[in-house]
Write a protein that binds this ligand. Structure first.
Ligand SMILES: [Zn+2]
Length: 114
């Protein structure tokens, strides 16, 4: 997975120990450990914890983070395409795929075919 990034911290696969794939998202070993600690601490009130926390990054780091977020968005889109391709490999109709995505058959075909 040379281009895959952790969807939480946006580090690339080469910068982390392990990267685990989910449905359109990835999480690295460091974020799993951080999340496990947050769950253990039972932080349930207030806004969801953000990785990295805005208060902990300067302006340059914040700007550097923007293209990595865009890359994560692109990998979510790529994974959706892979799931739709699997649905088509299973010969599921464009009607069913469109319905699952809340769009018309034609819209699903235009977005994902080819
Ligand atoms: Zn991470």
């Amino acid at each position: 997975m040379p281009d895959s990034r952790c969807s939480f911290c946006t580090k690339d696969a080469d910068s982390v120990g392990t990267l685990v794939a989910g449905a359109g998202v990835f999480i690295c070993d460091e974020c799993v450990a951080l999340c496990a600690q947050l769950v253990k601490d039972k932080k349930t009130s207030g806004p969801a914890p953000r990785v990295p926390m805005w208060e902990q990054v300067g302006d340059e780091a914040l700007l550097a983070h923007l293209p990595r977020i865009e890359a994560v968005r692109d990998q979510v889109d790529d994974d959706l395409r892979a799931w739709v391709a699997e649905a088509r490999r299973r010969e599921l109709s464009w009607d069913k795929i469109g319905a699952a995505l809340g769009m018309k058959r034609q819209s699903a075909w235009e977005r994902f075919a080819g």
